[in-house]
Design a protein around this ligand. Sequence first.
Ligand SMILES: C[S@@+](CC[C@H](N)C(=O)[O-])C[C@H]1O[C@@H](n2cnc3c(N)ncnc32)[C@H](O)[C@@H]1O
Length: 248
Amino acid sequence: MKTQYDDEAFFSAYGRMERSQGGLEASGEWSTLKPLIPSVEGRHVLDLGCGYGWHSAFFAQKGAASVTAVDSSGCMLAVAREKFPDRNIDFIQEDILGYRYPVDGFDLVFSNLALHYIEDLDKVYALIHRTLKRQGQLLFTIEHPVYTAGIRQEFKKDEDGLFWPVQGYFRPSVRDTSFLGCSVRKVHHTLSQILEPLIALSFHLDAVREVMPDEAFLEAHPELESELERPMMLIVKATKENLLEKGL
Ligand SMILES: C[S@@+](CC[C@H](N)C(=O)[O-])C[C@H]1O[C@@H](n2cnc3c(N)ncnc32)[C@H](O)[C@@H]1O
């Protein structure tokens, strides 16, 4: 099945992005995300929406016992397989909702910037909960609800300066946005919708971070000063609680 990442114009525009060329160090969220990554040595890791496989390769290089990397796009996976042929990574072409999650299969479920393409977050969380071992961890980034609620995901400018118009924040829905000059379909979820189901599943929330460009980033990219006007990404880290140990 062809996905929007397999669309020729979008796939080639994505390939020209700095993060696509430079990998993790060229990704704006990496400096906030990296310190939250637990030790993966000897652990089984699942990477949902792995794209080019940068994070999967990082986990493999850090000594993960296995890395399973799932993505629905054949084009993205072709790049991943070409980039990282020799690492012990099992690349699987499958939808995040269609993948057959093994029960108690993973110590870490990771996802970077893929979950805002999913309408039924509750279902993904339930699948992740089932596939995590006891005390297993979930670490993901998702486009921030303020960002996904932005009209066409574009800044506007008037006499008050630059601003990010938000529409229908409390109307979670599929939205057609403009990304890299292409029309791309994403899903707006409210902050409560992103966090509450995790609490309902008895996940312990370890971290909730809004990615903010730091000084070093702004020095290297002065043209991205506008990133201080609104959050673009949210990072969530959670641990599957052991209900038996809690006496429940
Ligand atoms: C913005 S890219 C991020 C790629 C990678 N995680 C990274 O950070 O470099 C989003 C990825 O999610 C994948 N994706 C989107 N929706 C998906 C779905 N429903 N199932 C599987 N993969 C999906 C896309 O094909 C794309 O590779």
